[in-house]
Design a protein around this ligand. Sequence first.
Ligand code: 2P0
Length: 339
Amino acid sequence: MKTVTCTAPVNIAVIKYWGKRDENLILPVNSSLSATLGQNELRAKTTVAVDPSFTEDKMWLNDKEQSVNTQRIQNVFREIRRRARKRKGDGDKSKIFSQKIHICSENNFPTAAGLASSAAGYACLVYSLAKLFDVDGEISDIARQGSGSACRSIYGGFVEWQMGTKADGSDSFAKQITPAQHWPEMCILILVVSDQKKHTGSTEGMQTSVQNSRLLEKRIEVVPERMTNITKAIKEKDFHTFAEITMKDSNQFHAICLDTYPPISYMTDVSRQIVRFVHSFNNHSGETKVAYTFDAGPNACLYLLEKDLGRVISLVNHFFPAQDNGLNLKVQGLPVSID
Ligand code: 2P0
């Protein structure tokens, strides 16, 4: 038996991916940008194995067996096996690419609570399979076919997913903008408002937005300039510009969700209280020290510099005391660490 075990962290987008132009290949309508957390933070851990005695492909997620007969898993298997065959050639005695695969994966955080579990999961699966089958070169395009945002978790630091324009998706992959070491003071604080499964999954939600949100059409025109400006801000460590673009993009994404018919609302009253808290903290500080961003769920991800972490955590604990209101608000310090 040959086995490989890897871990892959979640990523938190500052320019959101929302909408596909190709559902099967998972090609987006706009480019997006995120930071990948450190390896010891929220992450998926996956073991993959091949053995000539295996009779079928099988997968277990958090100790429960899952079907591998989904289009996404099948697309990933097909692409990995195709590249392994191409690399090794049909003369390879082990014919490893024709052996059945067993997968065992676990997350150290709630699955499907809007905490990018599919991103970490597919990035980890594809990375592990690539190691198992000795596939090298670009693999983020394979992870993309598992779940769009997964392509960004293949790399550490700040990562861009270039939407690409080709119909076959060959130019739609992730690229590292800066490694984590470039801006080591940057931290991400995740405020867990709820770890319940979200009511509208991202895949379904973005499909409806593409079908009927007029705002989404407008967004597509706005994103390229934002991508350019935030990339420059990251390279120059310009926190103010970075934070402003991050918050505006999160707000626009949730405005699109509300503009979708029927509307999708991921943010809750507590999420909105956190938005107000951040703006008033920045106003009182006389400068932008914290940026919020919300994904497809109510949990807040705050970007801030390490020097402000202690003060922000104590204020969050003061204003959102978990034991009093039963809102299950937890605080974690999550420095983006070196990959
Ligand atoms: C993002 N999200 O950029 C955005 C922000 C949610 C809100 O990427 O259908 O789970 O598997 O490609 O990757 C969630 O989308 O969707 C997502 P699929 P995915 O992080």
